[in-house]
Design a protein around this ligand. Structure first.
Ligand code: ARG
Length: 467
């Protein structure tokens, strides 16, 4: 096939203005049906609402109105049962549905498009699809939070090292660590809910861009489709895609959160860490190295974040130079968004499964929690509290004590009292009470802190807030 090959017939939608047909390559670059067929349910729901409104406003006869409703129901059934033949020549979902409607009910089908354009139609379909996707993803995120909270409850007092710079910093509990992700996912859900609220306006009635001269009732179509109200400005209605950008931004951030946890799982499952083990269900072996257990699912979640972020960047680039209103560039808004939604959905399911199945190596976590002088801050705080030192001075004294322990190759609590008193005479034997990891975490009782009692409270609060 060459670029010059042309179809003989002109397009049935705009054939009046054209004498020739499109080049085959034009048909290929123009067609979106392979992507936007995903919108069939939204497209038919939108058409039914529009047709019902036209009939109510007496723009359509009751007879044509009924024929259109019945015909659209039939088309929906055909698509859902897999009997519908989607045609590339018919370009997109709108024309595929309308052409079939015409075959079923005859010329009355041609009245459905009164006071409407594919521009307000696609904007409506797309908003409806994103709205459904938000509801679906919100449920998935809640399931993920449920898995995290259940594990956090089990490990409210399981001590592990908390890190900064991936260097041991202070002991925390594993439950506390997991609840940090519950908060992130909570904000991801909040971002989706904000996006949902803002996108929930109906573009129908904007028609091509300027509105229509027919006496339509856009509030009625908005209501029928569950929108809060019609869009206020017809130009904005057909050209706005910030709802899609906002959705993708929320997804991109969510995928970053999943990716960070995935990275931690990759680190924690190494033989060097051995903090947790993933189940057989979420790991793979190696075809050559019999000892291997690879955290593939976690790695894929980490990798797929790139896809979701790419979708956001891709759509922002498509939109950034577009003058108002609709331009065909905007047809590129759907494929990546659909993929991003499916991708995050899959990643959430995989992460939920991994967390559900995850087993914790409490002794490895506890052992590591005490390495790297993680209770040095407790020692400095003790010097402030018990010996009355200014914190800066206490920090300095503690630093010297850490150096001593390092030189002797022992932990802080293994240093003899005399060695510590050589650094600062005000130290006495009570200091040992703060040097153990359990005492350290138990003392972090401030709001949002890691003390097991606080973590148990936070588990309760998270259940009430999110589940
Ligand atoms: N397939 C188009 C899209 O996805 C529908 C809108 C077409 N409108 C137009 N004026 N050609 O954007």
């Amino acid at each position: 096939m060459t670029a010059k090959t042309k179809t003989a017939k002109s397009n049935p939608l705009w054939g009046g203005r054209f004498s020739g047909g499109a080049a085959d390559v034009m048909t290929r670059i123009n067609a979106s049906i392979d992507v936007d067929r995903k919108l069939y349910a939204q497209d038919i729901a939108g058409s039914k609402a529009h047709a019902a409104m036209l009939a109510k406003q007496k723009i359509l006869s009751p007879r044509d109105g009924k024929a259109i409703q019945r015909g659209l129901d039939r088309v929906l059934k055909e698509i859902e049962s897999g009997r519908f033949a989607f045609k590339t020549a018919l370009e997109d979902i709108h024309m595929n549905v309308e052409a079939r409607l015409a075959a079923l009910i005859g010329p009355a089908a041609g009245r459905l498009h009164t006071a409407r354009s594919r521009n307000d139609q696609i904007a409506t379909d797309f908003r409806l699809w994103v709205r459904d996707a938000i509801d679906r993803l919100d449920g998935r995120m809640r399931d993920f939070q449920r898995a995290l909270i259940a594990k956090a409850e089990l490990h409210a007092a399981t001590v592990m090292p908390g890190f900064t710079h991936l260097q041991p910093a202070q002991p925390v509990t594993f439950g506390h660590h997991l609840l940090a992700y519950v908060e992130m996912i909570g904000r991801d859900r909040g971002r989706l809910a904000d996006c949902r609220r803002r996108l929930n306006e109906s573009p129908l009635g904007a028609a091509a861009l300027a509105g229509t001269s027919f006496p339509i009732d856009p509030k009625a179509t908005a209501r029928a489709l569950g929108f809060a109200q019609p869009c206020a400005n017809s130009l904005d209605a057909v050209s706005a895609r910030d709802f899609a950008l906002e959705f993708l931004a929320a997804l991109a951030i969510g995928s970053v959160h999943l990716s960070r946890l995935a990275e931690e799982l990759v680190i924690w499952t190494t033989p060097q860490f051995r903090f947790v083990a993933l189940s057989d269900a979420y790991t793979t072996g190696s075809s050559i190295m019999p000892q291997k257990r690879n955290p593939d699912a976690a790695e894929l979640v980490r990798g797929k974040a790139g896809r979701v972020i790419g979708a956001l960047v891709g759509l922002a680039v498509v939109m950034k130079g577009l003058p108002l209103t609709y331009a065909k560039d905007m047809q590129e808004d759907k494929e990546k968004l659909f993929d991003a939604a499916d991708t995050l959905d899959l990643c959430l399911a995989a992460m939920t499964g991994m967390i559900d199945d995850l087993t914790v190596n409490e002794s490895a976590m506890r052992g590591a929690a005490g390495e790297g002088y993680t209770t040095a801050t407790d020692l400095a705080d003790w010097l402030v509290r018990a010996a009355g030192l200014p914190f800066r001075e206490a920090h300095h004294a503690t630093g010297r004590i850490v150096r001593l322990a390092e030189a002797r190759g022992c932990r802080l609590e293994q240093l003899p009292l005399a060695a510590m008193r050589a650094v600062d005479k005000r130290i006495d034997k009570r200091v040992y009470s703060v040097l153990g990891v359990d005492r350290s975490v138990a003392s972090r009782v401030s709001h949002g802190g890691t003390a097991p009692a606080q973590v148990r409270r936070a588990v309760k609060a998270a259940k009430a807030r999110y589940l």
